[in-house]
Design a protein around this ligand. Structure first.
Ligand SMILES: Nc1ncnc2c1ncn2[C@@H]1O[C@H](COP(=O)(O)OP(=O)(O)OP(=O)(O)O)[C@@H](O)[C@H]1O
Ligand SMILES: [Mg+2]
Length: 469
């Protein structure tokens, strides 16, 4: 059992040897350095847990070994050996991060006790850090699963801005996890003990949006029988998450901008200025730039919201996240439904990774939940997920062809192209057939093909006609 790696530093040879002898007997892996310079060289590459260094040495002294050593490795533990009567310097060393100090002369027991205690803490701290790093890199961040570079960049940005009050605009297609990211931003912020208030700006009339956001006074409009607080007030001290902000009515946008800038607003039908301290997070799956150009979204608000922008790529652009997500959702669903976890067969996993999930993570999640409940066997097969007809092969969405670049078994350019072409052809013919209720003559005529060629293609591509499908 490894007890830890120690570097002993002293320019007094006798001392170095004595310490090395004693600590080796205790089971530590001990190396030595006869000067501060040598110590720093060894620390660069040595992977030590603990340095025991004399304070006063010629050239680079103990203080510098401490400072530079911890700059190289922030987890490095340091014990400073000080001369009798230099408590002040010892305290300074502790302030700089030394774990403990040993005033000379010390006896062997003293040394043993101090080293053991410091080493235990050092190993624990390192373990903890390694575990944390592992959890974050293997399984993502809070409840956000992902190991693709794109998701890692998102985790990093969340980390950087979570403890600030900057406004964050989260963008991404439906089902990519925008709300999860908003949650992470709130729960990692100093505001986490206060409210996180969410509001969906879509599908509400202007009056409703405004009264939801800012509240209203009694009698402000028909139906306003009592005074009501809005979301801004409810979020005071916390975070307000404006979902689908791209759908906010233009007039409301002006009021929102003012509320953000002045940090105050009036309730609908009121004229008392209400002050709040709110951190704003907004999300949208819309092309806001186009909305700005079309005059549907205020440019000033657009810039005010996207102080920091987090763009979550569609699942299709980070397929390496799919196996991890799949495993996570299956486990989670099994627990929730009180079922055994059913693993995906190799084929099913490949199909999952290759499938174009138009509804992104949300769609993947519900497909897996359904399959877990309905799959007859002990494993989930590709057919449990995509039905008997091979979905990706042609009856699926037109973009299915673009999703064939399976990271597990990469294709050559030629194979990839052939597959896309095949997928496109199958898709195109099936659609034409559908439009004409399976009438091959009419379908062929419409897309400008000879009937015989059309039939030939159907055979090649394995298309069965509508009635047989
Ligand atoms: N990276 C992820 N890790 C784990 N679960 C995820 C991840 N991304 C999304 N999900 C899950 O997928 C579903 C959709 O996520 P969410 O509601 O955050 O998406 P959204 O981008 O807000 O979608 P919409 O635009 O439709 O509101 C949720 O059940 C969420 O838990
Ligand atoms: Mg959402």
């Amino acid at each position: 059992m490894m007890k830890g790696r120690v570097l002993v530093v002293d320019d007094e040879k006798a001392m170095v040897l004595a310490l090395k002898g004693l600590l080796s007997k205790e089971g530590y892996q001990v190396e030595t350095a006869g000067s501060g310079e040598e110590a720093l060289r060894r620390l660069e590459t040595g992977n030590f847990h603990l340095v025991i260094t004399d304070l006063s040495m010629d050239g680079i002294g103990g203080m510098q070994v401490l400072e530079r050593g911890r700059a190289i490795d922030p987890d490095l533990a340091v014990i400073m050996i000080t001369a009798y009567g230099s408590e002040k310097i010892a305290v300074q060393a502790m302030k700089l991060g030394a774990s403990d100090y040993l005033p000379k002369p010390f006896d062997n027991d003293e040394l043993r006790v101090v080293v053991q205690r410091v080493m235990e803490t050092a190993l624990l701290r390192r373990d903890h850090r390694r575990l944390l790093a592992q959890v974050q890199s293997d399984f993502g961040f809070d409840q956000i699963i992902g190991r693709s570079p794109a998701m890692h960049r998102i985790f990093e940005t969340i980390d950087k801005v979570a403890d600030t009050d900057v406004t964050v605009l989260i963008r991404g297609e439906s089902g990519t996890g925008k709300e999860l990211v908003a949650n992470a931003l709130h729960y990692r912020s100093p505001r986490r003990t206060k409210a996180m208030i969410k509001m969906n700006c879509a599908a509400l009339s202007r009056e409703l949006v405004e009264s939801e956001l800012f509240g209203h006074e009694r009698g402000a409009f028909t139906g306003a029988i009592t005074r009501r607080e809005g979301k801004f007030e409810a979020a005071d001290g916390g975070t307000l998450f404006l979902d689908e902000v791209g759908d906010m009515p233009l007039e409301t946008q002006a009021k929102l901008l003012r509320a953000i800038q002045e940090k105050e607003f009036e309730r609908v039908g009121g004229n008392e200025a209400i002050k709040v301290d709110v951190r704003l997070i907004a999300a949208t799956n819309q092309d806001l730039e186009a909305a700005v150009r079309a005059g549907r979204f205020r440019e000033d608000l657009y810039y005010r919201l996207r102080v920091v922008e987090l763009v979550i790529p569609p699942l299709q652009e980070r397929r390496e996240d799919i196996p991890l997500l799949a495993e996570h959702f299956l486990k989670e669903a099994a627990k929730r439904f009180g079922r055994e976890v059913k693993p995906l067969t190799g084929d099913a996993m490949r199909a999952c990774v290759g499938h174009h999930w138009k509804g992104n993570v949300r769609e993947l999640r519900s497909a897996l939940e359904q399959a877990l409940l309905l799959a007859p066997g002990a494993e989930i097969a590709a057919t449990d997920l995509f039905g008997e007809t091979n979905d990706q092969a042609g009856l699926g969405p037109p973009h299915a062809g673009l999703s064939i670049q399976d990271p597990v078994t990469p294709l050559s350019f030629r194979e990839a192209k052939d597959r896309i072409v095949e997928t496109f052809e199958r898709d195109f013919l099936v659609q034409a057939l559908r439009r004409h209720g399976g009438n091959i003559t009419k379908a062929a005529e419409e897309i400008g093909m000879y009937r015989q060629n059309f039939q030939q293609k159907m055979r090649e591509l394995g298309i069965r006609n509508i009635e047989e499908q």
